[in-house]
Design a binder for this molecule. Structure first.
Ligand code: GLC
Length: 436
């Protein structure tokens, strides 16, 4: 086996057992409140964005409250935007003045975040944007995404990209030196012409691993171009990353390398439609949907990273809190079917999904069955079954009308032994099946 793959397997063990994390997108863009791409989408010049820097003062920011909500929801790790594409730094970097400590707020947010989340027993990750719309040496005119990409005034302007790369490398060094143990580095993102060694990626990753040997890194230093995706092969590049990070979708068949072996992956999704706070975006997913998305990821050997975009005062939006509370309520009783679990040895059942850990098979039942719930192919393989949320016994049934299916096992949910509705938890009722 390629030593890069062996190392990756070692490093990602805790990550894959954790299964569930929180993404936090926060920065100056919480004030205009039209999402984190507002500068690019509306082609806002750097000067017109400056008022948000001058007034940034999220007085209700309380990293401990955030950490407690993440923990209650069953999340085991978090990833905070230390710097997003707008270039604003949530940490006290010696390499720029464009940082939270220079705003009226005056505080090092990365420091408070890392301390608070660690105190709750969560692993901490940092997102760092490879793009930078504030740095003078990042390409402006003609770039695909820069707010000034089609502003003629910037045509022919000189950029010393190497200088930007020194800055990028220097800031990553700061983040991996000044804030204790960092568990995840989440680089974002590459695009045609701006990928791989454009970022001096080998040097960057080598430095990162020297500073933090256990650090795991996402796969966005490689782009979506031809040279990319070596994480899916037997010989990943040095900067291929430890896990793939599909965005706003769950891969239909999980993610595997060219030999069909599962590779570490994490789907990242928003709770509403945007990553950064958007005051008008009330299109929230339900707790039920988040729970089912999580189960789907686990059933395909993946993780789920759910995003929250705090507002300009530093608070999680009320709707987000409500969804997280719903997830917390479910996780409190059912997290055994998530942590350390993965793809089951049995195919996807009609009524929902399976997850599995050793001889524990978890049936996540979503659909009401009129009569007996069928466990295809499980006849003779079950030692016992329990409802996961209260530990109550579920007995296999031998009712007359299931006798024609000798390979399958069946059970009923209700006391009246012939019916299975309504479901005890319509979001996801989990039955723990102990296999023989
Ligand atoms: C995209 C977006 C970005 C977001 C990220 C999360 O790359 O540019 O705004 O942070 O996805 O995966």
């Amino acid at each position: 086996m390629d030593p890069n793959i062996e190392e990756r397997t070692r490093r990602t063990k805790w990550f894959l057992e954790s299964r569930f994390g929180m993404f936090i997108h926060w920065g100056l863009y919480a004030i205009p409140a039209r999402g984190e791409w507002v500068r690019s989408r509306e082609r806002i010049p750097v000067e017109a964005y400056q008022p948000f820097f001058d007034e940034f003062n999220p007085r209700d920011f309380d990293a401990r409250a955030w950490a407690k909500m993440a923990k209650a929801a069953g999340m085991k790790y978090a990833v905070l935007t230390a710097k997003h594409h707008d270039g604003f730094c949530l940490f006290d970097s010696a390499l720029t003045d464009y940082k939270s400590t220079n705003t009226p707020f005056g505080r090092d947010i990365v420091k408070e975040y890392t301390e608070a989340f660690r105190a709750e027993g969560l692993k901490v990750g940092l997102y760092y944007s490879l793009l930078d719309w504030h740095h003078p040496d990042y390409p402006h005119y003609g770039d695909r995404h820069h707010p000034m990409r089609d502003n003629e005034a910037f045509k022919g302007m000189e950029h010393h990209f190497e200088r930007y790369l020194d800055y990028l490398h220097g800031q990553v060094r700061e983040l991996l030196t000044n804030y204790g143990k960092i568990d995840i580095m989440w680089f974002d993102f590459s695009y045609p012409g701006m990928e791989c060694e454009t970022w001096r990626a080998t040097e960057l990753v080598t430095m990162a691993r020297e500073l933090q040997p256990d650090l795991i890194i996402d796969n966005r230093l490689e782009g979506s171009g031809e040279k990319s995706g070596t994480i899916m092969t037997q010989h990943p590049s040095v900067y291929a990353g430890d896990f793939a990070c599909p965005e706003q979708m769950i891969p239909p068949r999980g993610l595997t390398d060219d030999l069909g072996n599962s590779i570490p992956w994490e789907a990242c999704i928003t709770l509403n439609d945007m990553w950064g706070y958007d005051a008008h975006d009330h299109h929230y997913k339900s707790d039920r949907m988040v729970i089912r998305n999580l189960v789907e990821c686990v059933s395909k050997n993946g993780n789920l990273l759910v995003n929250v975009g705090p507002d300009a005062k530093g608070r999680f939006p009320k709707e987000a809190v409500r969804v997280l509370e719903g997830v917390a309520d479910w996780m409190k009783d059912n997290s055994e079917s998530i942590y350390g679990c993965g793809c089951a040895e049995f195919g996807k059942p009609e009524w929902g999904r399976y997850t599995q850990k050793g001889n524990k098979l978890y049936a996540h039942v979503y659909e009401e069955c009129m009569g007996a719930v069928c466990l295809p192919g499980l006849a003779g393989k079950i030692d016992h079954m329990r409802l996961l949320y209260d530990g109550s016994e579920i007995r296999p049934t031998e009712y007359w009308n299931v006798k024609e299916y000798p390979n399958d096992a069946f059970f009923f949910f209700s006391n009246n032994r012939t019916l299975s509705f309504p479901l005890p938890d319509e979001r996801d009722t989990v039955v723990e099946i102990t296999l023989k």
